[in-house]
Design a protein around this ligand. Structure first.
Ligand code: FES
Length: 185
C-alpha cells in the first residue's frame, strides 16, 4: 500500500506534482501537465487530485474539471492500469477501424468503455488522435500504433494484458505537453 498524504494522494505523486509546479511562475500554466501526472498515478483524475490541483495552481475546481473533461486523454472515472484508445474518426474508419475495434473487443473480452476483470486494461474510443497518416491507429497509454491489422491489434492487446509495456514495434517519443506522445509502429 502506498503512503498517502492527507489529501488522499500518493505522497510520490504529490512530490512529483510539487516538483513540476516549482518550475512555473504562473502555476496555472502547469495545470495540464499536472493533470497528466495525476492521471498517470491514479489512472484517472480523482476528486482529491482535482481539489489539490485547484488549490496548488490557484484555479477554481470548475476550471480544473473543465480542462480535465476537455482532453480525451484524461478521465474522471477510474480506468484500468493500461488504456487502449481506438480512433473512431473517418480516416481510421475507412481504413479498417471497425475491424480493429472488433479484434480488440474480442481479445480483451470487453465492450467500449469497459475494463478487463483483472483491472489491467480499459478499452475506449477516441476522437482523431492526429495519427491519420498511419491509420488505422490506436494509442496504448502514451504509445501510438498504426497501420494495424486485426491480427496485429490482437497481438498488441495480448502484450498489454500480460504486462509488456513496449509491445510490438513501439518507440516512445514524448509530446510537448506530456499529454501525448507518438510512436510510429
Ligand atoms: S482519423 Fe484516426 S487518427 Fe485521425
Amino acid at each position: 500500500m502506498f503512503h498517502q498524504e492527507g489529501n488522499g494522494l500518493d505522497a510520490r505523486c504529490v512530490k512529483e506534482l510539487r516538483g513540476l509546479l516549482e518550475g512555473f511562475e504562473n502555476k496555472r500554466e502547469a495545470l495540464i501537465p499536472c493533470l497528466n501526472i495525476a492521471q498517470r498515478w491514479q489512472h484517472y483524475v480523482s476528486r482529491e487530485a482535482a481539489a489539490f490541483l485547484a488549490k496548488e495552481t490557484d484555479t477554481s475546481l470548475a476550471e480544473v474539471y473543465g480542462v480535465a473533461t476537455f482532453y480525451h486523454m484524461l478521465s474522471e472515472r477510474p480506468l484500468g492500469k493500461n488504456v487502449i484508445r481506438v480512433c473512431d474518426c473517418l480516416t481510421c474508419h475507412v481504413k479498417g477501424g471497425p475491424a480493429i475495434l472488433g479484434a480488440l473487443k474480442e481479445e480483451l473480452g470487453v465492450e467500449i468503455g469497459g475494463t478487463t476483470k483483472d483491472g489491467k486494461v480499459s478499452l475506449l474510443e477516441s476522437p482523431c488522435m492526429g495519427l491519420c497518416d498511419i491509420a488505422p491507429a490506436i494509442m496504448v497509454n502514451d504509445q501510438a500504433f498504426g497501420n494495424l491489422t486485426p491480427k496485429r491489434a490482437k497481438d498488441i492487446a495480448k502484450a498489454v494484458k500480460i504486462g509488456v509495456s513496449r509491445s510490438p514495434a513501439g518507440r516512445k517519443r514524448p509530446g510537448k505537453s506530456g499529454l501525448r506522445s507518438k510512436v510510429i509502429a
